[in-house]
Design a protein around this ligand. Sequence first.
Ligand SMILES: C[S@@+](CC[C@H](N)C(=O)[O-])C[C@H]1O[C@@H](n2cnc3c(N)ncnc32)[C@H](O)[C@@H]1O
Length: 418
Amino acid sequence: MPETLEITAIGAGGDGIAHTAAGSVFVPQALPGERVHARIAGQRAQVEEWLSESPDRIAPPCTHFPACGGCVLQHWAPAPYAEWKRARLVEALARAGFADAPVAPLVTTPPASRQRADLGLERLPDGRVQIGFHQRGTTALVPMRECHVLLPSLVALLPPLAEALRGLEGLRRLGSAVINMLASGPDILLRTDAPLTMPDRRALAALAQSAGIPRIAWAGKGARAEVAAQFGPVRHMLSGVELVPTPGAFLQASVPGEAAIITAMLEGLPRKLPPRAAIADLYAGLGTLSIPLAARGRVTAFESVPEAVTALAAAAGKAGIRVQAVKRDLDRQPLAGPELKGYAAVVLDPPYAGAAEQVGLLAQARVPTIVYVSCNPVALAKDAKALHAAGYRIVAATPVDQFLWSPHLESVVAFTRG
Ligand SMILES: C[S@@+](CC[C@H](N)C(=O)[O-])C[C@H]1O[C@@H](n2cnc3c(N)ncnc32)[C@H](O)[C@@H]1O
């Protein structure tokens, strides 16, 4: 039996929330203020009829919405959407004990600006290959005909890629393609479920040449990437410094998002740092943050992926900037005690799970300024609790909408003990 539900809020996953006698239920695509007839199954409800519509409901721009799991909130007007995203950071910091944190308005990024995509590949029974994001919560693929978040040049690559993959013996059923739009052009890392054959490599070389793709790399399950076809030099620019990223290397999702994170990070540092101040950049990747930080001090960049460390060290050496890249697994061997003593500031940008142990050690060492770049408000809330307990206060907190229309939120939060 469908029930009448009143939607009161949007939850962390982007679904509407309704309260029933049996507890809260999550209602996909329903907006605050709406009344719906919905069929409840466990904690989720499927709308069968909208009884009233929110004035903030808008027409979603993409025909794949809501099937494609890439976007969940294209149907919400920009202003309430932006306030909801900002509130996620306000709430996360409040949970950590920072009740009145100075949270800035959401910094937005434009549609069609995402420079990195991790797409699924699926071979159909008739031999054709589909490319797209997965449906939300399932492994089913939504074949991408259009996309309003990715760069148009990236979307334009998909038809020739699908055509080339059709004949690929190394793709039996399932795979993935990470596409990074670098300064040198698209850089593709394919992961497939069977080894590449010689004809496969020839087909990829032909695709690289005809579509202007400098490099296509390939990796089997769990294996390291190898170059399958290369037609030109691969290079990328980070804050004016040229690097050679490895296949599938981590890049911030979009150039405007990257710029917003860098601005907020630099503004989070003390205005007056001695010119030779020591700064640590933890979880540094290719040095997206280490490179601009070098204008403010001597930077040591810690990162566990050896190829990223090598690429950053080579680029920093060539550009003559003050960045020393160090390979270190910060889960196994976090920076601790005396080795943290000399740092005037520590920037950290950990993976989704956060950096509980490392943040605890930063707090113990009383590092004067900590700038935490987070892609997960839940992990941020947990980690920030340790900083609150150690007497830190927040000087600035900036939410950045790197992943437009998704429930994900990037944040830059500057903590100080001063
Ligand atoms: C969110 S990315 C940030 C990268 C970089 N700050 C940037 O803006 O491009 C997280 C980085 O942490 C690295 N990483 C993950 N686990 C790590 C660990 N245990 N120790 C050190 N680095 C790690 C990843 O390889 C990745 O480069």
